[in-house]
Design a protein around this ligand. Structure first.
Ligand SMILES: Nc1ncnc2c1ncn2[C@@H]1O[C@H](COP(=O)(O)OP(=O)(O)OP(=O)(O)O)[C@@H](O)[C@H]1O
Length: 984
């Protein structure tokens, strides 16, 4: 009996994950014009409208479709768009189908399998089709998802002339064994008996199988296609993934990917099919026609869907209106020569787009549940078988021969189903063993990792201690920074005090300059006194001239008297002038000494300020220097520390990578050993399988022989019913004994299963323990990692915070020092400028005073000169006492001779000839000139005051020319009092 297997891995534990329906995803692909079409000068009648996702065929729109692809679309684009997402679903436990439909020669095989090259991967050849890309992708996605326990099996079948053949069967002969299809009694779907489900462990395994299958697939050259596929092909990938949940439960996910390349629909006349080819084409068209009817029924909600009318529709039953996620790629020729076929394909595709499927995820079930399910299933089948056998016994004796045959068929079918289940179980056990091996490797790896973990934990403890030490050091640094901060604050306070002292000095300087002003006022008073004297001189001169006039009238005596009086006055004037000059000199020296003193004080103040500033600057520089040194040292230490941390981390990383490096060859070795073991095991399994096969064959042979006997029996029954009955019974007994043997085989298999179950329980426990340890280990590693990261992060944060704080403090202190220094320098500059200005104004006022004094001196001199001139203009004449005007000589002679004393008669010049003394304004210069010469309101004010005073004084003294010193003194005092009153 041929080995039986089951195609559909879905089990009774299937569970719907969603009630949502999804439409079939229909895409249309247009291939480029081929050589024949071009040579026949056919026009393009197909236009792809990507915007609307529709196809215009001779301007008639079809669509919208899920996607439309023009002639430029690459294989990679189509794969990424349509299939890539399905792979994820398959790994998650869904069944997915992708099939290509279209007229012959439109690119179905090209789309599904790719260009005819020997490329080993999609990277080598961009024309690689969906099937190889999908296989590559499944491996890639399983590896990248970190899934470590999985098993892949592939089957490849072709449906040729309504017969199903295994493209991966080992038989080399052309006369390949047909596969049987029968309905799965429990679910929607079919069971294909005896199909090879080849376990694949890597990509290259799959490529080899693909090549093997493709070679076996029936193709032929037709007028439409040089390599026309004459059969429908179905490539299936079963993915079983085992997972361990957090609760320690073992879960198994089973997903399946069906990749279907249908044979092309063809116009037999146009394709030139004859004989066998015509028969093939007829069969192909027939199955496609049924597929069309199924699609129509599904989209019109018909009561009956004719799945059973062709094997193709039976195989695709779950993909059309079932629980599979299905995509259809309709392929088109762009040529006008294929208008009718293209139209039919598009109509077909439009209809298919309305089919609704209800995708269902094959629930993750525990291994234990699967084994139990199998055991139940086998038990059920056994019961059915027994019942059927019993029925047979009854029917042989009582009912007709046809009834008996029907039952015999039923027994056969049940036996097949039973064997199928056993085979399925065997495959599952193989998968489980494979995954157990994967698990064993993981377990060993875990042991090694545990050791590593212990080491790491020890290292972590050392690191934690180091971290704590570093923390202490850092705390000390923080304390030191705090002390520095306090010192900085203290220095800042000192600086503020220095600033206050500087302010006080400024106030003192202000007082000093006020004193200087007061001295200047005193100077003014001196000057005013001098002016008063000058005025008095003027008035004296005036009064002198008036007296001279009066004396003229008084006569010669008076003249003589005047002459006598004038002399001492002249000397007095000279003395006064000298005293004025002297007092001017004195004043000059006093003023200059006062200025010198002021300058000295100012210099002293500046020096002192500079000294304080210098002192503070030095202090601050020292503070800054020590701070920056400290910060430098601190940052160097921090850097060193962080470097140490980084080094340690690097070291740990390196150790981990070293460990990984060490571990890799070990892993490779384990893998090698495992694969060797696996091969051995496979060999053993093959031997066992062969044994089982032989046994099964024997059993089948036995059953066949029995059937033969039964047939003979039934012939004989007609002749001698009674007699044969005894023989029948004997035969039946022998059948029963054979069946019992079969049952024993089944029983032994069951025992094996139970045994497996027992060991599995231990396995499970160990696994759950390991799972726990795994989890603990991962959590501990994670925690240790997180802790060390947190610690490092916190350290970094603290260090960063401290550095920021210190930086901020440093900046603040520097800013404060800068601002204070700026203030001090500004203040000292202001002091200097103010001092310089004051000095300048003092210099100017002293210059002005001296020039004024000079002017007054000059004016006094002038006044004296005027007075002297006035005096000199007085002519003294000797006059004859008798009144005769003789000449002096004559008079002298006469007087001598007559003894008459002569008389002196003074002649005063005309009053107009006498020059009046200059006005005070004239002497001091005009106010406009003052404005030009003297900048500053103060000096102008002083001058105005002097002028008014001089004018007033001169008015007061116009009548008195010569005053006694006591009068002068009195006048002076009175004037000062008046002046004060005036000022008030
Ligand atoms: N998109 C495409 N780009 C380039 N060449 C293509 C494309 N589609 C198909 N071809 C070429 O057209 C020819 C026919 O393609 P293919 O054999 O895949 O058609 P088919 O639909 O599978 O035909 P059949 O139903 O007869 O098997 C091949 O030579 C193939 O390389």
């Amino acid at each position: 009996m041929a080995e039986l297997s089951r195609m559909d891995l879905t089990m009774s534990t299937r569970k719907k994950v969603s009630e949502t329906t999804s439409n079939l995803r229909v895409a249309v692909r247009v291939r480029p014009m081929n050589g024949t079409e071009r040579s026949e000068k056919c026009s393009t009648i197909v236009k792809v409208d990507k915007g609307k996702s529709s196809i215009d065929l001779k301007s008639k729109p079809f669509g919208p479709f899920f996607r439309v692809y023009d002639t430029d679309t690459t294989q990679a684009d189509i794969y990424a768009d349509l299939v890539s997402s399905q792979i994820k679903k398959v790994i998650a436990g869904f069944n997915c189908t992708v099939f290509a439909y279209g007229q012959t020669g439109t690119g179905k095989t090209f789309t599904m399998e790719g260009g005819r090259t020997d490329a080993k991967s999609s990277q080598d050849d961009p024309s690689t089709g969906i099937i190889p890309r999908a296989v590559e992708d499944i491996f890639e996605q399983l590896e990248t998802s970190g899934c470590e326990e999985y098993s892949l099996r592939v089957s490849y079948v072709e449906l040729y002339n309504e017969e199903l053949f295994d493209l991966l069967a080992s038989s080399e002969s052309d006369d390949r064994e047909r596969l049987r299809i029968f309905d799965d009694p429990h679910k929607k779907g079919v069971i294909v008996s005896g199909v090879e489900e080849v376990p694949v462990r890597n990509r290259s395994d799959v490529f080899k199988l693909l090549q093997l299958g493709a070679e076996k697939r029936r193709t032929a050259a037709t007028l439409m296609n040089m390599h026309s596929s004459r059969s429908h092909s179905l490539f299936m990938v079963n993915v079983v993934v085992r997972e361990n949940t957090n609760t320690g439960e073992e879960l198994v996910k089973q997903g399946k990917l069906n990749l279907v390349d249908l044979a092309g629909s063809e116009n037999i006349g146009r394709s030139g099919a004859q004989g066998n080819r015509a028969k093939e084409a007829g069969s192909i068209n027939q199955s496609l026609l049924t597929l069309g009817r199924v699609i129509r029924s599904l989209t019109t909600n018909a009561q009956h869907v004719p799945y059973r009318e062709s094997k193709l529709t039976r195989l695709l039953q779950d993909s059309l209106g079932g629980s599979t996620i299905t995509s259809l790629i309709a392929t088109l020729s762009p040529s006008s020569s294929n208008f009718e076929e293209s139209q039919s394909t598009l109509e077909y595709a439009m209809r298919a787009a309305n089919i609704k499927n209800k995708p269902v995820c094959n629930t993750k079930v525990s291994k234990k549940t699967i084994l139990k399910e199998f055991a139940d299933e086998i038990e059920k089948l056994r019961r059915d078988l027994r019942a059927a056998r019993e029925k047979n016994g009854v029917f042989i004796s009582q009912e007709s021969h046809e009834e008996y045959q029907r039952n015999a068929e039923k027994v056969n079918e049940l036996e097949e189903q039973l064997l199928c289940e056993v085979d399925r179980l065997r495959k599952l056990m193989e998968d489980m063993t494979y995954m157990d091996e994967q698990y064993q490797q993981l377990y060993e790896r875990k042991g090694a990792l545990e050791k590593r973990l212990e080491e790491r934990i020890r290292e972590c403890a050392v690191k934690s201690k180091e971290l704590a030490d570093t923390n202490d050091v850092l705390n000390k640094h923080i304390e030191a920074i705090g002390l520095m901060h306090t010192a900085s604050l203290k220095s800042f306070k000192q600086l503020v005090q220095a600033q206050e002292a500087a302010d006080e000095m400024k106030t003192d300087l202000g007082a000093f300059w006020r004193k200087v002003d007061e001295m200047a006022v005193a100077d003014d008073l001196h000057k005013e006194m001098i002016e008063t004297l000058t005025r008095k001189m003027n008035s004296f001169i005036q009064s002198t001239s008036e007296q001279v006039e009066a004396l003229t009238s008084d006569g010669k005596d008076a003249t003589a008297k005047i002459v006598e009086n004038v002399d001492p006055h002249v000397s007095t004037i000279e003395a006064i002038s000298q005293s004025i000059n002297k007092s001017v000199g004195e004043m000059r020296s006093t003023t200059s000494s006062a200025f010198r003193k002021g300058t000295e004080i100012e210099n002293e103040a500046v020096e002192k300020i500079n000294e304080i500033a210098q002192e503070n600057l030095e202090k601050w520089n020292a503070v800054l220097k020590s701070s920056s040194e400290y910060y430098k040292a601190h940052s160097a230490r921090s850097e060193e520390f962080s470097k140490q941390l980084t080094d340690k981390l690097d070291e740990i990383k390196k150790q981990i990578s070293d460990f990984a490096e060490d571990f890799r060859p070990l892993l490779a070795e384990i893998r090698n050993t495992t694969s060797v073991n696996l091969e051995k095991r496979t060999e053993q399994d093959t031997a066992i399988t062969n044994d089982v096969k032989t046994t099964c064959l024997n059993v089948t042979e036995g059953v066949r022989a029995l059937l033969l006997q039964l047939e003979q029996l039934s012939v004989r029954i007609e002749d001698n019913h009674e007699e044969q009955l005894i023989i029948d019974q004997n035969n039946q007994e022998s059948v029963l004994s054979t069946i019992n043997t079969a049952e024993n085989v089944v029983q032994s298999v069951e025992d094996m299963i139970e045994e497996q179950c027992d060991t599995k329980e231990i396995d499970e426990k160990a696994q759950s323990d390991l799972q726990g340890i795994d989890l603990d280990y991962e959590t501990t590693i994670q925690e240790a990692k997180e802790k060390s990261l947190e610690g490092a992060e916190e350290m970094k944060k603290v260090t960063r915070g401290l550095l920021d704080k210190t930086e901020a403090n440093r900046k603040e202190a520097t800013c404060a020092v800068d601002s204070i220094l700026t203030r001090i320098s500004v203040d000292s500059e202001t002091c200097q400028t103010t001092g310089e200005e004051v000095k300048k104004s003092c210099d100017e006022s002293s210059e002005n005073i001296s020039s004024m004094l000079q002017k007054f001196g000059e004016s006094s001199k002038k006044a004296t000169e005027v007075a002297l001139e006035a005096i000199s203009k007085i002519e003294i004449k000797f006059v004859d006492p008798s009144g005769n005007p003789f000449s002096f000589f004559l008079y002298a002679i006469l007087s001598i001779s007559v003894n008459v004393p002569p008389r002196i008669v003074p002649t005063y010049p005309d009053s107009t000839e006498l020059k009046s003394p200059p006005e005070p304004e004239e002497l001091l210069g005009s106010e406009e000139d003052d404005d030009k010469l003297v900048e500053g309101e103060e000096l102008a004010k002083k001058k105005r005051r002097v002028t008014s005073f001089v004018r007033r004084d001169s008015l007061l003294d116009t009548t008195n020319i010569f005053l006694s010193p006591s009068t002068i003194q009195k006048r002076r005092e009175a004037t000062i009092d008046e002046e004060e009153d005036f000022e008030n």
